[in-house]
Design a protein around this ligand. Structure first.
Ligand SMILES: Cc1cc2nc3c(=O)[nH]c(=O)nc-3n(C[C@H](O)[C@H](O)[C@H](O)COP(=O)(O)OP(=O)(O)OC[C@H]3O[C@@H](n4cnc5c(N)ncnc54)[C@H](O)[C@@H]3O)c2cc1C
Length: 402
């Protein structure tokens, strides 16, 4: 069979036009669940889910977006046939010479399957924050390969510190990645994302090097990824952050600062060398502002020029500062999380005090994900972040992870 991805790439090269065609095709057949302004987001995300490329985390991010749109817009099973026909017709029309007739079946079947996955994602996620669009208002180069993007969402983002949300630049439509807000919700609604450009990455280099102030980003629903503070009760905290894993930890520190619960927090920030450490000034300010309960500790794994006290890998330094009764949070690269999962329990950290960020690389994360969404929804309801007032449908029982 001809390469099914080539026609999609061609359609996505003109994704606004293609999305208009997709939307009009459904409109002409009286299938009207999708607001026209969100058609590019829905069309490109659905298309990417059909082709099934990308790592598991990126696919899960795309399904979280489709799932939320499915639930919010009331996409019913009987819409599936027309949505699939609209997708096949759009891809055919925009694909030029790369189209082969047998691809129509691939696209229609794939689309119906993607919609079933979106339905399962919708059931697992229940109600919650909707997708939205945000304007990039600042891009600060925090280090050679790290940017802090400040985004002002069109509608206020609903999230708890420690959560992560799918983010997509329309420069790469449908390619969603998870990023964690680096601040607790602010009165002006802006959100900072810390993004490291991976040398071989598809999306992060574009976000760090090309996205500029004034551009729009698509923002998916924030979800609990295992770093919720509520799971720690009133315990003291040990927060171990590798690289841009610092982002959710900073948000948690801000949450502690605003909370009536008194607790001590040790924030251990790991990087390879001093030059790799980003956000050093902001860390210093954070330490100064909360010196009575916050201790910021640096850990350099591969820098012989720094003083011996700060030499060491992140987990070793964090373990040195570990005290009984602390809740121990770890966020960073997938590799760091895997090592922490094996090493910390052996080093004496009680499993129920260990909170590792989800990487979505393992099947286990799926099961945890579903139960976390349930408890996150309970916490949000307690905090008055419930979406009932926004007119969403009734809650349903999760059946499967997306
Ligand atoms: C819950 C969650 C929250 C996240 N929050 C942030 C954040 O706040 N800031 C941030 O910069 N990134 C964050 N990430 C990682 C982010 O989602 C992307 O995976 C990352 O930006 C790479 O995307 P890419 O398209 O450039 O690389 P891709 O083309 O998708 O992947 C390139 C390769 O790098 C691997 N990879 C993914 N993440 C990392 C990593 N951190 N270190 C080393 N290798 C990696 C992938 O598995 C893949 O093999 C988070 C991931 C998850 C699951």
């Amino acid at each position: 069979m001809a390469d099914p991805e080539a026609p999609l790439e061609m359609a996505l090269a003109a994704h606004d036009l293609a999305a208009d065609h997709f939307w009009s095709y459904m409109e002409d057949r009286s299938v009207r669940f999708l607001p026209q302004q969100l058609a590019p987001m829905f069309f490109s995300t659905l298309g990417r889910v059909v082709t099934g490329r990308g790592d598991p985390a990126g696919r899960r991010a795309a399904l979280a977006v489709l799932g939320r749109m499915h639930r919010r817009f009331g996409l019913y099973p009987y819409h599936g046939t027309v949505v699939a026909a609209a997708m096949a017709d759009t891809v055919r029309r925009f694909s030029g010479a790369s189209w082969e007739p047998e691809l129509a079946t691939y696209w229609e079947r794939g689309c119906r399957r993607a919609i079933r996955l979106a339905e399962r994602a919708a059931e697992a996620m229940g109600d919650g924050p909707h997708v939205t669009v945000g304007e990039v208002v600042a891009c600060d180069a925090a280090a050679d390969d790290v940017a802090v993007l400040t985004v002002r969402p069109m509608r206020r983002l609903r999230y708890l510190p420690g959560q992560a949300m799918p983010v997509c630049t329309p420069r790469l439509p449908g390619q969603w990645r998870w990023y964690s807000p680096a601040n607790a919700p602010r009165p002006d609604g802006t959100v900072d994302f810390h993004i490291r450009a991976l040398a071989d990455g598809a999306v992060s280099p574009v976000l760090v090097e090309r996205v500029a102030p004034g551009e729009l980003l698509w923002l998916g629903p924030a979800i609990d990824v295992g770093l919720s503070l509520e799971a720690a009760g009133e315990a003291d905290l040990l927060l171990a952050a590798g690289g841009t894993g610092l982002a959710p930890m900073r948000a948690l520190v801000e949450q502690v600062a605003a909370s009536p619960i008194n607790r001590r927090v040790t924030l251990v920030v790991g990087s390879r060398t001093l030059l790799d450490l980003y956000d050093a000034v902001a860390l210093d300010e954070l330490q100064q502002a909360h010196a009575d309960w916050l201790t910021v500790v640096l850990a350099f794994s591969d820098d012989r020029d720094v003083e011996p006290a700060v030499q060491g890998d992140l987990l070793s330094v964090a373990l040195y500062h570990h005290r009984a009764g602390q809740a121990f949070y770890v966020c960073g690269s997938p590799r760091l999380i895997e090592v922490a999962r094996e090493r910390l329990p052996v080093a004496g950290v009680a499993p129920d005090s260990l909170h590792l960020a989800a990487t979505f690389q393992r099947a286990l994360d799926s099961a945890l994900w579903v139960s976390r969404q349930r408890s996150a929804r309970a916490v949000e309801a307690t905090l008055g972040l419930d979406t009932a007032a926004e007119g969403t449908g009734p809650d349903r029982t999760p059946r499967d992870a997306p």
